[in-house]
Write a protein that binds this ligand. Structure first.
Ligand SMILES: Cc1cc2nc3c(=O)[nH]c(=O)nc-3n(C[C@H](O)[C@H](O)[C@H](O)COP(=O)(O)OP(=O)(O)OC[C@H]3O[C@@H](n4cnc5c(N)ncnc54)[C@H](O)[C@@H]3O)c2cc1C
Length: 341
């Protein structure tokens, strides 16, 4: 196991989604030595999953795409210079004899910290994969389970598989960008919003119902042909395709925190009003927590719970500190940065 390369942090935030990023900013305001550890190779994981969609319920901002909100959150989180570690899934949490907490990631790297804020989101949404033998070699290149950048499909022949809102939304969005858009759905009816289904049917999108992808062929570099099976007749047809987007929904999974000794009910960490978990010095915030009155699945919730957790962590580390909110308007670092802007 690789030994700790850096010294102990005041607080380590596990998860770089909106709750974790805002908590990191707030920890900076409270002058805590802060580390954020994110499993994905980029920050804000759930938001990039729907990066082109608009959010209309972030306080004080009328409309912002999820992608832009991640940019803003990241910039704000970096204000006080926290250490940010990407591509490390924390798998283990243990307390050492001196009270320090040691976190271990899936690559065996260890991180020492005096307190922890767990902000790993509800369950991680793991896309339902296409169950075909040779899909692995195309994944992430020409076989997609999410759309990071719509421009990558410009002038391409795109096949979308699925019948829900995401499949239909992407078909409509890509119709004016791609050279060909086909949608294949194994049932005869779409589950998506009726208005959007009509819009799609009246567009250039080639709709194939009661059909499913049977086989993908190509070389190591490209997809060339997709074989489709008509589910009622068993007839096989083929389509020349460059890119495939699979929208078969996502399966919720809680990343491996179940063995950490936390109070967990129905896949949520039980916390008190200060976001304190059942383990002293370990707090939680955002979609992963549950407490009486918790409104699940709202970014706004994490924006309150992160500061609550950090304020409590500050008092946990220094019993002379009160658990109290502070105002950003009086923060000299922030005033200096923004008066220069
Ligand atoms: C399609 C869609 C539309 C939505 N629209 C809205 C909306 O309009 N308004 C709204 O308020 N909310 C909306 N939401 C919900 C919103 O995205 C979530 O409430 C929000 O992302 C929760 O933030 P979080 O930081 O608590 O968790 P997440 O965003 O899930 O972030 C958790 C992070 O922790 C990381 N992680 C997980 N496990 C580990 C680990 N063991 N080690 C290290 N890192 C880990 C994950 O990779 C992830 O980046 C929407 C969600 C979806 C999917």
């Amino acid at each position: 196991m690789k030994e700790e390369i850096d010294s102990c942090y005041d607080v380590t935030i596990i998860g770089g989604g909106p709750s974790g990023l805002f908590a990191a900013f707030y920890a900076g305001m409270r002058e805590m030595k802060t580390k954020v550890i994110e499993a994905a190779p980029y920050l804000g994981r759930k938001l990039p999953y729907y990066r082109e969609k608009f959010l209309f319920d972030v306080g004080g901002i009328q409309a912002i795409t999820a992608g832009k909100l991640v940019e803003e959150l990241e910039a704000q989180a970096r204000t006080f210079g926290p250490t940010i570690v990407l591509s490390q899934l924390i798998e283990k949490m243990e307390r050492l004899s001196d009270g320090t907490i040691r976190l271990t990631s899936h690559i065996g790297e260890t991180h020492l910290t005096r307190s922890v804020v767990i902000a790993i989101g509800g369950e991680t949404l793991v896309p339902q994969k296409l169950e075909l033998p040779n899909t692995k070699k195309y994944e992430g290149r020409h076989l997609h389970y999410s759309v990071d950048d719509i421009e990558q499909f410009r002038n391409k022949r795109v096949l979308i598989s699925g019948g829900g809102d995401s499949a239909v939304d992407w078909a409509i969005a890509l119709a004016s960008i791609a050279s060909f858009v086909g949608i294949v759905h194994r049932r005869s009816d779409f589950r998506a919003h009726e208005g959007n289904v009509s819009k799609m049917r009246n567009s250039s999108v080639h709709v194939m119902t009661s059909s499913q992808i049977k086989e993908i062929s190509g070389d190591e570099e490209h997809i060339e042909l997709v074989m489709l099976e008509q589910t009622e007749t068993g007839n096989i047809s083929s389509l020349e395709i460059d890119e495939i987007i699979v929208c078969h929904g996502a399966r919720p999974e809680l990343s491996g925190i179940k063995d950490w000794g936390l109070g967990i009910e129905q896949n949520r960490i039980t916390v008190d009003a200060w976001m304190q978990t059942s383990i002293p010095g370990v707090f939680a915030a955002g979609d992963v927590v549950d407490y009486p009155g918790k409104l699940p699945g709202l970014i706004a919730g994490g924006f309150m719970e992160g500061p609550a957790a950090i304020n409590r962590a500050k008092a946990y580390l220094d019993p002379h500190e009160e658990v109290r909110p502070i105002w950003s308007t009086d923060n000299e670092v922030l005033m200096a940065i923004h008066s220069r802007a």
